[in-house]
Design a protein around this ligand. Structure first.
Ligand code: GDP
Ligand code: IMO
Ligand code: MG
Length: 427
C-alpha cells in the first residue's frame, strides 16, 4: 500500500495580490503542513476572519488554522528584523509560533545593506526602474546565485565575522555606485541583529529532509506561492519581475521536493487584473472604470501602500500561466468588486499592428508593445453578491462571466470568493 502523502501547490497567476493568502488559510484544514517556497517580505498576504485582519509577509498563511506546522523553505529570503516584527505581532494576538514554525537553514538572509543596494540599483536604472518593494529581494537573490549569500544556517557558526565580511563587500559595491545615503542605518542594523537573536528561538531545519519525512509518513503538504506568474524571473515580463521562480516548479526548488510528488496545482486569480510597480500591462485601464475597480477593491499595495494599476481580465496571461505551471484547479477571487458595472470585458487575444491575432503571451517586451488586447464584452450585474456561497447563487450575468473565464482558461473553477472574509471564500 502506498501511504505517501501528497504535495499540492498554490500560486498566483497574475502580477501578485490575487488573494493567495486567504485561499491558503481556507484550504489549510485539508493539509498537515503549509510551506512557503520563494519570495520574502516583498509579499503581503491578507487574511480576514473573526473581525480581525492580518497581513503576512514571510510567515506562511497556514499559521492560523488547527495548530499546523508551517515551514519557511530554502527558496525564501528572510529579513530577521521584519520577521521578528511579524512574529511578535502574531504571538501578541495569541498565535503561538515557536514550536510549529520551522525555518530552513538554507534560506538566505536579507541584510540591511541588501535593502540599500535595492534602492541604489533602482536609482541607477532611472526611468527604467522596476518599482521594487525596496525590501532587498533582488540583491539577496543575486548574492545567492553568485555564491556570495549569507544563510539562516550561518547564524549557528561564527556569524559576526561572516556578517562583517558580507557587509564590507556590500559597502564597496555601494561606493562604486556612488551611494552615500546611510541615514538611520545603525538603528536598522541594531534591530536586524536583535532579529537574528529572536530567530534563534525557532527550529532551524533541513527543510528537504523534514518535508520528505512528512510525506513518507503519509501527511499532506500545501505549498504557498508568493507574487505571481507574470512576476516570475523567467516567465514573467522580464525585467519587470521579481527575482525568484513563482511558478509551480519553484516549489520543487524552494523546498526540495521531486516534481513527481506534485499533485494538485491551484492557480489563484482575480476577476480583473492588478499590478504594482512598473512594466507592461496590456489590459490596463486609465478611465473611470479603472478608478471604480481600484476604489471598490481597495487596490492599494499591502507592502508599500502604492495604488495598484488596474485592468480587465486577461485570458492570454492566464493561458500562459496555465502552461508553465500545469494548473489543475482555478480560484477566482474578488468577483464582488465588479458588481455595478454596466458591462465587463475579457481580453481573449492580442492583435499585432499588422493585424495578426495571437493567443499566446509574446516573449519580448518589444513584441508585447506591438500588441493590443482584443476584448469580448459581457453584460454586467447590479446585485450585491458578497453573500453568495455557491456559483449557482450568483446572478445570471455574473455566472456567465465566471463560466466564460473558465472556458477561456480551460480549467474548472473550484474555489471563488466574493469578499475578503474567510467565510466569503467558497471551496
Ligand atoms: P495575496 O498577496 O495574493 O495574498 O493577496 P493580497 O492580500 O495582497 O491582496 C488581496 C486583497 O484583496 C486583500 O486586500 C484582500 O483582503 C482582498 N480580497 C481577497 N479576496 C477578495 C474578494 O473576494 N473580494 C474583495 N472585495 N476583496 C478580496
Ligand atoms: P504578493 O505575494 C504584488 C512586485 C513589485 C515590483 C516587482 C519587483 O503579495 O502577491 P521586488 O521587491 O520583488 O524586487 O519587486 O515585483 N512585487 C509584487 N507585486 N504582490 C507581490 O507579492 C509582490 N512582490 C513583488 O511591486 O514591481
Ligand atoms: Mg499581496
Amino acid at each position: 500500500m502506498n501511504t505517501t502523502g501528497k504535495v499540492d501547490v498554490l500560486l498566483g497567476l497574475q502580477w501578485g495580490d490575487e488573494g493567495k493568502g486567504k485561499v491558503v488559510d481556507v484550504l489549510t484544514p485539508n493539509y498537515d503542513v503549509v510551506a512557503r517556497f520563494q519570495g520574502g517580505p516583498n509579499a503581503g498576504h491578507t487574511l480576514e476572519f473573526e473581525g480581525e485582519k492580518y497581513v503576512l509577509r514571510s510567515i506562511p498563511s497556514g499559521i492560523f488554522q488547527g495548530g499546523k506546522v508551517n515551514i519557511i523553505g530554502n527558496g525564501v529570503v528572510l529579513a530577521p528584523d521584519l520577521f521578528m516584527d511579524e512574529a511578535v505581532d502574531l504571538e501578541k494576538s495569541g498565535h503561538q509560533l515557536k514550536d510549529r514554525l520551522h525555518i530552513s537553514k538554507k534560506a538566505h538572509l536579507i541584510m540591511p545593506t541588501h535593502r540599500i543596494l535595492d534602492r541604489a540599483y533602482e536609482a541607477a536604472k532611472g526611468k527604467n526602474k522596476v518599482g521594487t518593494t525596496g525590501k532587498g529581494i533582488g540583491p539577496t537573490y543575486t548574492d545567492k546565485v553568485s555564491r556570495n549569500g549569507l544563510r539562516v544556517g550561518d547564524v549557528l557558526d561564527n556569524f559576526d565575522e561572516k556578517y562583517a565580511a558580507h557587509k564590507e563587500r556590500h559597502m564597496k559595491m555601494l561606493k562604486a555606485l556612488g551611494w552615500d545615503d546611510f541615514e538611520g542605518f545603525e538603528e536598522v542594523e541594531k534591530k536586524w541583529m536583535q532579529g537574528i537573536e529572536y530567530m534563534r528561538q525557532f527550529h532551524f531545519v533541513d527543510s528537504e529532509h523534514e518535508i520528505n519525512n512528512i510525506l513518507r509518513s503519509g501527511k499532506n503538504i500545501l505549498c504557498e506561492g508568493a507574487q505571481g506568474t507574470m512576476l516570475d524571473v523567467d516567465f514573467g515580463s522580464y525585467p519587470f519581475v521579481t527575482s525568484s521562480n513563482t511558478i509551480c516548479a519553484g516549489a520543487c526548488i524552494g523546498l526540495g521536493i521531486g516534481p513527481n510528488r506534485i499533485g494538485d496545482v491551484y492557480g489563484i486569480m482575480k476577476a480583473y487584473c492588478t499590478r504594482v510597480g512598473a512594466g507592461p500591462f496590456p489590459t490596463e485601464l486609465f478611465d473611470e472604470v479603472g478608478h471604480q475597480i481600484r476604489e471598490v477593491g481597495h487596490e492599494y499595495g499591502t507592502t508599500t501602500g502604492r495604488p495598484r494599476r488596474v485592468g480587465w481580465f486577461d485570458s492570454v496571461v492566464m493561458r500562459h500561466a496555465k502552461r508553465v505551471s500545469g494548473l489543475t484547479n482555478l480560484s477566482l477571487n474578488s468577483i464582488d468588486v465588479l458588481s455595478g458595472l454596466e458591462t465587463v470585458k475579457i481580453c481573449v487575444a492580442y492583435e499585432r499592428s499588422n493585424g495578426e491575432q495571437i493567443t499566446h503571451y509574446p516573449a519580448s517586451l518589444k513584441e508585447l508593445a506591438d500588441c493590443k488586447p482584443i476584448y469580448e464584452e459581457l453584460p454586467g450585474w447590479e446585485e450585491d453578491i458578497t453573500g453568495c456561497r455557491s456559483l449557482d447563487e450568483l446572478p445570471e450575468n455574473a455566472r456567465n462571466y465566471v463560466r466564460r473565464i473558465g472556458e477561456l482558461v480551460g480549467i474548472r473553477i473550484s474555489t471563488f470568493s466574493v469578499g475578503p472574509g474567510r467565510e466569503q471564500t467558497n471551496i
